[in-house]
Design a protein around this ligand. Structure first.
Ligand code: XIL
Length: 451
């Protein structure tokens, strides 16, 4: 299994080569934390991430498998993805994600069956009678839930049914079928897979407010009517510094109704660019959300909506904002990652955050004999006017070509130094260089040193 670590500056250039060699035999200056999924399991919680199927190789796939015990397809199971044309289905990405999860001992959270968004045009543009619409909804649920029967742990059956003031959102479903579409959808899902836990999922319902109270009243009445409802999903698309103080209390009141609660889509966005102060605040925010879940036994766990900033919906949806996930764009764990680990009882072996520049190595694509790698040199609370990055390949890999750096390889040891135009790494900034290489057998990620 690959590991990804970075070392702080302070290594003298003269000893870099020796360091690289030494690092290979003594791979880290501190022991790595156990993966989040193991820490979470020890607390009886699930730690999940949303994923994009096409990215599940290389470093992205390695981290997904190593750190998380549950996967949610970010888009692959939405109606518009699986049935873009009526009667013509595309299950490829959904199947791939389920297969990946099963291969790595991970749960899958199905997302999502009945929603107002990301529906196919043929559905939203149709002129349906209530009977036709109800039939379409029930058939869709029967087909999709039935396809994965017995294999998915949970389903977000109904997504985002409420307005901010607690009234029902006027959607295709509500307008056509009335509020009872929710009970009908849950009942259809239970019939299609009696073993899946069935959830209603929404955003801005993390704290006690009008919207979460409407959700609470709905769940209460569904329970009273005997409608199958097992849990509520609190999406938790949060803003830096704005974790609701009533989150634990809110989770507890749902638990007291006799349903599970899951944090289903956690991300914490900030105005870009990120800096050390913002990343420190974000770490505190992540920890607050984790602690709210950990404090309530019926809180099943936490899923992040993408684990890396390179796979987050935030920048395209909230212009100017981003850096919302626990790993940066180059797969280096951010303070938020360590905060999650600490909340789960790990993190004791992690060095405290200090002002530093770091280098992080990742494999961005890989084919039968070749691969493309990338190294990002990032600074926070420090800056560089030139840099060198070194590592020792562990499995006979050879660099064939590099860009945005000049690289030399001697035996297994590689040293790359900045090009004439990218030696400067400002405080809060980063520089990336890339290379192609050859490999055979395996292509493990090396430990990199920044000098
Ligand atoms: C988002 C995806 O992450 C994006 O890739 C897509 O373009 C839009 O939808 N609430 C939800 C998720 O329930 O399905 C949404 O996912 C984010 C908000």
């Amino acid at each position: 299994m690959r590991t990804l670590r970075s070392l702080r500056t302070g290594l003298s250039l003269a000893v870099l080569g020796t360091c690289v060699a030494a690092l290979f035999t003594a791979p880290a200056v501190y022991a790595a934390d156990p993966p989040l999924r193991d820490l979470a399991a020890a607390k009886g919680k699930v730690m999940g991430t949303a994923v994009t199927g096409s990215k599940l190789t290389g470093t992205y796939g390695d981290i997904t498998a190593r750190e998380f015990s549950a996967l949610t397809p970010g888009n692959a199971m939405k109606w518009g993805s699986v049935e873009p044309t009526r009667g013509s289905f595309n299950w490829a990405e959904a199947d791939q994600i389920v297969a990946f999860a099963e291969a790595h001992g991970q749960q899958v959270r199905g997302h999502t069956l009945v929603w107002h968004s990301q529906n196919p045009g043929w559905l939203t543009n149709g002129n349906w009678t209530p009977a036709e619409l109800g039939g379409l909804m029930n058939d869709h649920i029967a087909l999709e839930v039935g396809r994965y029967k017995g294999r998915l742990a949970t389903w977000d059956v109904v997504n985002e049914p409420f307005n901010e003031d607690g009234t029902y959102r006027q959607t295709l479903w509500y307008n056509g079928l009335g509020a009872d579409y929710i009970a009908q959808a849950l009942t259809a899902a239970r019939t299609a897979d009696p073993s899946a836990k069935l959830y209603i999922n929404d955003y801005n319902v993390e704290g006690v407010n009008a919207k979460s109270t409407a959700l609470y009243n709905l769940v209460k009445s569904l329970k009273e009517r005997g409608v199958p409802i097992d849990g509520v999903g609190l999406q938790a698309h949060l803003i830096l510094g704005q974790v609701p103080s009533s989150m634990q209390q809110n989770i507890q009141r749902f638990a007291d109704l006799g349903v599970d609660v899951a944090i289903t889509e956690l991300d914490i966005r900030m105005q870009l660019p990120s800096d050390r102060a913002k990343l420190t605040q974000q770490a505190a925010d992540y920890k607050a959300v984790m602690n709210a879940c950990l404090a309530v036994s019926r809180c099943a766990g936490v899923t992040v909506w993408g684990f890396t900033d390179s796979d987050s919906w935030i920048p395209s949806t909230f212009p100017g904002q981003g850096a919302a996930t626990p790993y940066d764009e180059n797969y280096a764990p951010k303070p938020a990652y360590h905060a999650i680990a600490e909340s789960l009882g790990g993190g004791t072996t992690t060095p405290p955050p200090t002002d530093a520049c770091t280098a992080a190595y990742s494999v961005t694509s890989e084919w039968n004999t070749g691969f493309t790698g990338q190294v990002r040199v990032s600074c926070s609370g420090a800056a560089l006017s030139s840099w060198k990055v070194g590592w020792t390949f562990g499995a006979g890999q050879r660099i064939t070509q590099a860009w945005n750096a000049s690289c030399t390889q001697s035996g297994a040891a590689v040293i790359c130094s900045n090009a004439s135009y990218n030696g400067t790494v400002p405080d809060g900034g980063s520089v990336t260089f890339g290379f192609n290489g050859s490999w055979s057998g395996s292509n493990p990620v090396p430990v990199v040193a920044l000098g």
